[in-house]
Design a protein around this ligand. Sequence first.
Ligand SMILES: Cc1ncc(COP(=O)(O)O)c(C=O)c1O
Length: 398
Amino acid sequence: MPDNLRGMEEFATFVTHLECSATGEKYPADVVHGLSAAGKPLLVRYELAALGRAVSKEVLAARDGGFWKYREFLPVRKSENVVRLGEVATPLVELHAAARRAGAKRLLVKDEGRLPTGSFKARGLALAVAMGKELGVTRMAMPTNGNAGAALAAYAAAAGIETHVFCPADTPEINVREISLAGAHVTLVDGLINDCGRRVAEGCERMGWFDASTLKEPYRIEGKKTMGIELAEQLGWRLPDVIFYPTGGGTGLIAMWKAFDELEAIGFIDSKRPRMVAVQASGCAPIVRAWQQGAEHAEFWQDAHTYAAGIRVPAAIGDFLILRAVRASRGLAIAVDDTAIADALAEVAKSDGLLLCPEGAATYAAWKAALAAGQVSADEVTVLFNCASGLKYPLPAV
Ligand SMILES: Cc1ncc(COP(=O)(O)O)c(C=O)c1O
């Protein structure tokens, strides 16, 4: 066993049950689940007092192994079901020049592009695949705008699970090729991610595939939770004042919010929370519209378009969970257009040397807009999420 994985041979897990995020109805752990009977996402619940006794900040500080080091916060019971592809703790990169230009105190980018398959989807899909393996799933399917499909295909390939991936026909070419190279059966669909989702649902019914769509299976959110835990640890178990998150299905935002609650329950952090900012593209902004209208759910966004493929999600099954977290945090939802996104991407690359992906660039454009509008202030410590490597996207011509 390599040195950095020593002490990680066995998983202690504290899962008690699963719970419907809308009704609170309880479901047993250790069996395959999709949505709850109410058609809503299921959340994994833990025996937090025991979890808190089993892990300490010192123990975590001494561990390596990327997000798997937070194993007590995760549902996998047997280490033999874990697939590792070289996960790392993603760095917090300080945008010194951009902060200086804006007169801001501290602007950090959590650069998730350093993970296996070049995106944060590795966190969620590593967990979905490990749990699939643990529960005997042999064939998984999902709709994807690209990055999630790549992560599913890679982790499933290593786990020996067959995959069926449906992408909108205009998904970045590199993603489609990457998914296919990892052995997934890829279908290009003339439509958006929700049309792909329909194709997956049909296949699941006819072919018995397991539906790994975001929030339709309960474990991707647990993997994404590690973004929040890792961020807290990197900041000395304090949270930033504001988090800007590029929001499509919203899994990462919902998951970080869940992580913060669990960390507080075990006494790792206090009750102070960052303001959560959901960033969308103005060509596809259902959550922003619902937030502005004070609605509990977001209506379907017609004619969705943006070149930031990962946030082109016209309807999110976890809409109410995103909106709840944004409101509970006294945060906001903000849309930026594709020109602002492209300008932001070029600006940060030039001044700070960091190549963002379009979705990450959207968070920088949104931060500047929110700062100008007085919705955030220059003395707030701010973290932007760059959820994929900019190298996975077509780059502007020279
Ligand atoms: C690079 C990137 N950023 C953001 C998102 C949106 O993530 P979430 O589904 O957690 O809202 C995606 C999803 O595909 C993505 O690929």
